[in-house]
Structure formats: C-alpha cells, structure tokens
Design a protein around this ligand. Sequence first.
Ligand code: ADP
Ligand code: MG
Length: 376
Amino acid sequence: MIAPGSVLGVLGSGQLGRMFTIAARRMGYRVHTFSPDSDTPTGQVADVEVTAPYDDLDALQAFARRVSVVTFEFENVPSAATSAIEPIVAVRPSPEALHISQQRAREKQFLADRGFPTVPFAVATTQAELASALARIGTPAIVKTAESGYDGKGQQVAGSAAEAGRIWSSLGGQVLVVEKRISLQAELSVIAARGLNRDVAQFPLFENRHRHHILDLTTAPAAVPATVAAQATEIGRGILDALDYVGVLCIEFFLSTDGELMVNELAPRPHNSGHLTFDAAVTSQFEQQVRAICGLPLGSTELLRPAAMANLLGDLWVDGEPDWAAACRQPDVKLHLYGKVTPKPGRKMGHLTAMGRTVAEAQDRVITARDALLRL
Ligand code: ADP
Ligand code: MG
C-alpha cells in the first residue's frame, strides 16, 4: 500500500490531472506532475511541476525516482516514456493498457478479438485501402486517425467511397480507422475502477450529449432500460478483467436506434463524463483513481442524487470573461475552472455540476446556469 504522505507522479498536466491532484492532496498525498508545459492546470495545484518533453528520458527517470507510483492523465504519452519509468517505479494503469488504448485500430481489434461488441470498423493505411474500407463498411462512415485524436479532432465524415481521395489528403499519411456511422439513440459511458486486489467498482451509467463531437452535457443515472445498464456494466467488468487493469477506466458506448449497445472507445483514466462524481458521488472518479493506484480499498460509487454536468468551452469567452457571479447566483450549482489562461473555441475551460430531485431538474439547473454566463 502506498500510504498517504507519499508522492504520486502524474504524466500530463491538464484538468484531469488537476482534479486528481486535488483529490490526492485532500487525502494527504503529495503530487508531482510532468509535461512539456508550465503553469498548467495540474502544475498550479501540484507540489512540484516538472517541465520537460516526454522524450527526455533522463528527466523522466529523475521524476520517477522521486515518486512512489506513476499514473497518467491523458493517453498520448509515448510508450518509450512509460518503458523508461517502469523499471524504477510502478506505472498504473499498466503501460500495456495504455499502449492498447492509445491507438484506435489496436484498441478496436483488442475488443473485437475478445468478443466485446464494437462499431463495425476497418483499418486503412493507403488511399486505396481507404476506398475499399469505405466500400466494405458502407457510407455514411466516420474516418478517424488511429492516433492522437480527441474531442472529434482527426475525424471526417465520408458520404460515399468516392470521397476517399479528399479524406486521404486531409487525414492520410497515417493509419486510419473507418467506422460505420451509427444512428444514435444515446451515448453512454461506464466509469469503472479495479483495485490492486482486483475488486471492481462502477459508477451508475452516465448519459452523454455531444456537440460538434465534443462532450457537452452528462447526466446520471442514464435514462435507459435496466437491461441496457446491466449489459454495459457487464461489458465494463469484462474489459477491466481482460486488461488486468488497475485504476479508473472509462468505456464510451453507443446505443443505436435499434437498441444495440456497442463500445466506441476506451479512455485509460478518469473521463470528462465522470466529472459530476466530484460533487454528486460518495467517492469521485479522481479519489477512486488515487485509491486504486495506491492499493487502497475502492470507495463507494453511490450517486448522492440525480446529477448533471455541463462543459464550459472557450467559445463562452466570445464577448470577454463570462459572468461567473450569474452562474453562482444559483446556489446549488458548482463551478469548476481549470486555470487555463487562453480560452479558445472548443477548448475545455471548466464545467458546472448540479444535482436535483430528478435528472431533468439537475439538467435544467446546469443549463440555466450556463446560459446565465452569457446574459450580461
Ligand atoms: P474522440 O476521441 O474525439 O472522443 P470519438 O470516437 O469518441 O472520438 O468520437 C467523438 C464523437 O463523435 C462521439 O462521441 C460521437 O458523438 C461521434 N461519433 C464518433 N464515431 C461515431 C460513429 N461511428 N457513429 C456515430 N457517431 C460517432
Ligand atoms: Mg470519445
């Protein structure tokens, strides 16, 4: 067991690391963060902020020698970085889980090989393969870069196989994944944790609404039949075991209009759709990550009340600083800001959380509060 008072290392320095750090410090841990940037969302609240590129293996090893365990808060950490650290200190979740989930083609193949339901997909590495993949999967399809995509970046919709040339010239030169475009009834996510002792704890199912491929709103518990929730929970458990996972894992699902549940993607870390657990669950996803990687027993995932979370993107800054007081005028809405200095369209700057007697009430509260930010 890594006891409170020990030092935890985080690779990456965004808002996920920030909220992890807040949870860790509340429990008496110290946190060091490592990333190429300075004055970061995580660095602002960590004990130590190391600024060095991920390929500086000497700096990584020096960082590793000062901490009791290393985790990561985003999945684009190069495998060379985790390999350099592993001989010095435990990396949790494992570098293998990271390796699988940081490349879409590998991740989907891993899931499909083990019988987990995925969106029909094909992999393309040349323009000709892209054309035949589109013909095989059928259009409309969504073409995604296998690596480094997030918040819908590196994605294009293909209306027909004839668009292979256009899409290859905008995304190509790298491995691409072609997916059937699913007619969505809902998007759901499971946030699950597995401890060192292999115990598993899952939060209630979350329901996610996206805008321009970026998460906009999460509500919990998801308004889906109990059979769907049970199926998602079972798949979640199966994936944790298949990865022999230690830590928090998010599994994003599509529920098609035909009622079919499919895994969209995995995130080997806390996830935007779990942010509401910070205010609305007995244990937050961030505290759960601390517990799991430190070998502590997992905490209760019980939801206190129905809850909703609305993201605050940089777009809200169009006319200057949003009116924070107006959002706070709703006394039951919680404001979270990540300490990012430059707002940009699509950039996640913060979020709001509210609870209510019903999901609808919670949702109404966060949306009203978010609207109030711009009503100057
Ligand atoms: P990211 O890594 O950017 O989160 P995702 O694969 O999760 O990438 O895609 C972002 C969003 O785009 C999804 O949450 C969904 O709203 C939409 N989307 C992606 N793939 C599909 C698909 N095959 N069918 C329908 N919608 C999709
Ligand atoms: Mg996603």
